[in-house]
Design a protein around this ligand. Structure first.
Ligand SMILES: [Zn+2]
Length: 496
């Protein structure tokens, strides 16, 4: 390291759940990109006045889609959304600046086919400022499925390890376990339970989930198996999610975008569609081996992109929009389609209410990560609006008044009074996702942490406060101020 880069953030109001500081006035000492203990001699640490500002660790997005073939397919299929500001699927370079201006300093792309990992890394090298990593869809290939079917744990672990190494991955993701086998043999995104053997192997989706979670734990990867379970988006899929949770029976597992997996109802009969959150959240609250991200939807135009091509095909047929499937060496793929979430749509209003119901009834924020499954549920730049919906009941009530009346009448949301505190917002946007992802040096402001720090100007309008941080530091470098990017340092690639 050349000249030591040192400074002290003086007198800010610290929110740092990991060190149990909840709104205390304190200083943050930074040296060479790291947080350090208060030095005996403060000379050489020029002060930066943080008095009156809220100080939090930099935001960590543990489930987003910013690189790789599906993102590029998204740009192709929805060119009209390139004109929105920001673009629905921003260019990779813009993505870094937009995240940083929002106070985020780390992002994971949650679904990269192993064959596409080199492309994704080449693109992510162009994503400035943020530290970034990828979750590999490492279990869709024939060899791994054979090892899973043969209950050959060591072989499965060896295959996963080789892929994580070769693909420079951070975690292993499974999308629609076994689903591609059903889908490739002509079954559209119709319901299948977790206990029907795959058409081509003696293994069930439940066994795939359980054996993969075991293998990931045995490998000691920082993040547990990242699970996008079967039947995404289908009415009645809360049962699949409940069975998925039960499958792990004490094994660590992370449940992705639970909002898309929490629907009641038998079919797309609009009268029976609704929330299946209550039994799921009861199970989740009682089982500490499980963590989740919500995949909140917010109203507006976006592009859906998923490693689960079957789900994309089903959704495209249900909504009548063109869609695109992208195959990757027969080992994985993705489905992509434009989508417009409308307040007056019964289904979309339910999705919105279901996501918020998850956030507001899950009792332990340390096991919950804020996400919109960008861009599937909404653009990541909408996070501040989501934060206000969680923390400001009056704001939520106004939003509730605009949605489809049947949902307003039937969703439990109207009766939920809970408001997230600033500390809880800090947990679900940085402390918890860092801990869940297994990033020991992020999501907190204790000594040894990366000096990723966001300073906010307190404001009653929380969406405004969180969308325009006063200052954002990444590894001790001032990267954004008042929504303007100041400099574009390179971030690190996080590999397991
Ligand atoms: Zn996703």
């Amino acid at each position: 390291m050349s000249v030591a880069h040192r400074f002290v953030l003086r007198g800010g109001t610290i929110h740092d759940p990991a060190t149990r500081r909840d709104g205390v006035v304190d200083d943050v000492w930074v040296e060479d990109g790291k947080i350090v203990p208060p030095p005996a001699d403060a000379t050489g640490f020029p002060p930066i006045d943080a008095a009156g500002l809220v100080v939090m660790p930099g935001g960590v997005d543990l489930h987003s889609h910013v690189a790789g073939p599906k993102v590029n397919a998204g740009r192709r299929i929805a060119p009209h959304l390139a004109r929105s500001r920001p673009a629905a699927v921003p260019a990779i370079h813009a993505t870094g600046g937009l995240y940083a201006a929002l106070g985020y300093t780390t992002v994971f792309d949650a679904a990269i086919a192993t064959a596409a990992a080199p492309i994704a890394h080449a693109e992510l090298a162009e994503l400035p400022i943020l530290d970034k990593g990828i979750y590999l869809l490492a279990a869709d290939d024939a060899d791994t499925l054979d090892a899973l079917a043969a209950r050959d744990g060591p072989r499965c672990e060896a295959l996963l390890a080789a892929k994580v190494r070769a693909g420079r991955g951070w975690a292993v993701k499974v999308a629609n376990p076994g689903g591609p086998s059903f889908w490739k043999r002509g079954r559209r995104g119709d319901h299948h339970d977790l206990d029907t053997p795959l058409p081509d192997r003696q293994v069930t989706p439940r066994q795939i989930l359980e054996r993969l979670a075991r293998a990931v734990r045995a490998l000691g990867l920082p993040h547990p198996l990242h699970v996008h379970t079967a039947n995404l988006g289908l009415p009645g899929n809360w049962r699949t999610m409940l069975e998925t949770m039960r499958t792990f029976d004490g094994l660590p597992a992370h449940l992705a975008h639970v909002q898309f997996h929490s629907y009641s109802g038998g079919d797309l009969d609009e009268g029976s569609f609704g929330s299946g959150v209550a039994p799921l959240v009861d199970h989740f609250n009682a089982h500490e081996n499980l963590t989740l991200d919500v995949g909140q939807i917010l109203f507006g135009d976006t592009v859906a992109m998923t490693g689960d091509s079957a789900a994309a095909e089903h959704l495209a047929h249900a909504t009548g929009v063109p869609w695109m499937a992208h195959d990757l060496h027969l080992e994985g793929g993705c489905g992509v389609l434009p989508i417009a979430y409308r307040e007056r749509s019964l289904i979309h209003a339910w999705q919105w209410a279901i996501g918020l119901e998850w956030f507001l009834t899950a009792t332990d924020p340390w096991r919950v990560a804020l996400s919109t499954d960008h861009p599937n549920g909404a653009h990541f730049t909408a996070y501040p609006v989501l934060m206000q919906l969680l923390a400001d009941e009056a704001f939520r009530r106004e939003a509730l008044a605009r949605i489809h009346p049947a949902v307003r009448a039937r969703s439990p949301l109207a009766g939920i009074r809970r408001e997230y505190s600033l500390q809880e917002l800090c947990i679900v946007t940085r402390a918890a996702p860092a801990r869940i992802a297994g990033l020991a040096h992020k999501g907190h402001l204790g000594p040894g942490a990366d000096a990723d720090v966001t300073l906010y100007r307190p404001h009653r309008d929380l969406a405004r406060m969180f969308s325009l941080p006063a200052k954002v530091f990444k590894a001790g470098i001032l990267v954004a101020e008042d929504g303007q990017v100041r400099t574009l340092p390179e971030g690190a690639t996080l590999t397991a």
